[in-house]
Design a protein around this ligand. Structure first.
Ligand code: CA
Ligand code: CA
Length: 260
């Protein structure tokens, strides 16, 4: 039986960011296999990261800090058009950091947010009847009604020998529009052109000249590459919308038509 204590120090180096709209979507749970050296070790805690599709294109990383440098435990990208959840088990005490990288509308780089937390037992002797497991949940979403970012941290509780903590981060960010590769608010053939121009530039090792948000919005088939396949999806989607044969967004269109 492990006797652990979870000390959550959410020192959020939070910066302000532009606005982004949330939308309901079906839930997809992504489970990542733990690193090989963790596979047979008991876990002392679990970090759950949840985000809705408004966080599409964002990158989430979990690091463990060690004397010789930080160790990356997990990295995943929130997918377009789906809700995402990742669960990260910890096998040992230590200082961790969750890094969230959001695609930006105007800046060429993603903006990073760092959330530091510790999983540690400050003095095991003082807690002889502590708990078997620890859980920390972080939820990320965007709220277009907000003027600035907001953090809600709930008081941790002990229940069924599990120590639980939860925090919600609401980002005030502009609407994420799948397919809108030139960020003019609509999805049409011009976006296909932008994607093809960007793909051609990258083909000769030149800058795609898209913001990270535009690139994330243009990457429709979740293969991690911005190319003619995505442009074709945009054209097909625009044609379907034009004759009212589809009512969702471009990412949902790609999935419904199996254009992955
Ligand atoms: Ca557009
Ligand atoms: Ca693609």
């Amino acid at each position: 039986m492990s006797k652990q204590f979870l000390l959550i120090a959410l020192a959020a180096a939070m910066l302000q960011s532009p606005l982004h709209a949330a939308a309901a979507g079906k839930t997809e749970v992504i489970r990542l296999d733990p690193p090989a050296d963790m596979a047979s070790a008991p876990t002392i805690g679990m970090l759950s990261v949840c985000c809705d599709k408004s966080m599409s294109g964002s990158i989430f990383e979990v690091h463990l800090y060690q004397e010789e440098g930080d160790l990356l435990y997990y990295s995943f990208t929130a997918k377009t058009g789906k809700d995402t959840q990742v669960e990260c088990p910890f096998k040992k005490d230590g200082d961790y950091q969750l890094i969230v990288k959001l695609p930006q509308e105007k800046l060429p780089d993603r903006r990073s947010y760092c959330y530091a937390f510790s999983v540690q037992d400050p003095d095991p002797a003082d807690h002889p009847s502590d708990f078997d497991a620890t859980e920390l949940t972080m939820r990320f979403s965007v709220d277009p009604s907000l003027e600035s970012d907001r953090t809600d941290e709930h008081q941790p509780e002990l229940k069924n020998r599990t120590y639980k903590g939860e925090s919600t981060y609401n980002y005030a960010r502009k609407a994420f529009l799948p397919g809108d590769a030139n960020s003019d608010g609509i999805v049409n053939a011009e976006d296909a052109t932008s994607i093809l121009i960007a793909a051609a530039a990258m083909g000769v090792n030149q800058s795609p000249k898209l913001s990270s948000l535009e690139a994330a919005q243009g990457e429709l088939n979740d293969d991690g590459v911005l190319n003619a396949k995505d442009a074709l999806i945009v054209l097909s989607y625009a044609a379907a919308i034009g004759v009212n044969s589809f009512s969702g967004n471009a990412a949902e269109f790609a999935e419904s038509r199996n254009m992955q």
